[in-house]
Design a protein around this ligand. Structure first.
Ligand SMILES: O=C(O)CCC(=O)C(=O)O
Length: 237
């Protein structure tokens, strides 16, 4: 369960960071899975700094599937999406020191039904929620994730704040937040795994991974991978 302080911080800022969610050994294991893929060295272009896609990431290793419904993610999904949450898409970010990232984006104005943030009857709901796992020890001034806190509720001038992502942390943010990638100045390459969830009725990505293609997928993980629909849907959580 999230604390009321967590809920308030998310409502105020549009993001929430949980530190030390993955142990260094778990991070090491995920890094080894990525390294085993022999990915090309990321370039300057932002598309060169993306890898995977949900179907491939999840098929690489059960450790990637386990992130889908990590207990902290389950708490977050229950609070900010509700029981019919689904994984919409996933990918990795890999940046070399000195490279730039993605420019400022979101929130779409006027109201964007595909990536909204609303509060109603005491509940928070996000139409697209990003869960970013840091596999690098991001320190202040290294760059990486940046956002305009509070911009998910109210249009604000672009005063970008850097949000460092320490090793093993989970950064959760609503895509209704104005955010970007600040050019990476860390000493090591930046590795982040991004899992994005939406309500069961909604789809951002035109493709979705099949639970049947994954070995050892639990029932809950399979429910999170149901294709988008309202009718016939099993609650995932
Ligand atoms: O670099 C980051 O952490 C933000 C990336 C981002 O906003 C995106 O991939 O859509």
């Amino acid at each position: 369960m999230l604390s009321s302080r967590d809920r308030k911080a998310f409502a105020r800022d549009g993001y929430l960071r949980f530190d030390g969610v993955l142990t260094p050994a778990e991070v090491q294991q995920l890094r080894a899975v990525i390294e085993a893929q022999g990915l090309p060295t990321p370039g300057e272009d932002v598309m060169d700094q993306r890898f995977g896609g949900a179907s491939s990431l999840l098929a690489w290793d059960p450790a990637m599937v386990a992130l889908l419904d990590h207990p902290v993610v389950v708490d977050v999904l229950r609070e900010f999406i509700g029981p019919f949450a689904r994984l919409d898409h996933a990918y990795g970010i890999m940046m070399r020191p000195g490279t730039s990232g993605l420019g400022v984006h979101g929130p779409a104005q006027p109201f964007d039904a595909s990536q909204y943030y609303v509060e109603r009857d005491g509940a928070i709901r996000s139409g697209l929620l990003s869960c970013a796992w840091s596999l690098t020890d991001g320190r202040p001034s290294d760059g990486g994730f940046g956002c305009v806190p509070g911009s998910h509720r109210k249009r604000r001038p672009h005063d970008i704040v850097e949000v460092p992502q320490p090793l093993g942390s989970l950064l959760v943010f609503t895509e209704a937040l104005t955010h970007c990638t600040i050019p990476w100045r860390g000493a090591q390459d930046r590795y982040v795994l991004m899992y994005k969830y939406s309500p069961g009725n909604s789809a951002w990505d035109p493709s979705y991974p099949s639970a049947r293609a994954l070995t050892g997928c639990t029932e809950r993980q399979a429910r999170l991978l149901q294709p988008p629909s309202v009718g016939g849907r099993q609650p995932a959580l």
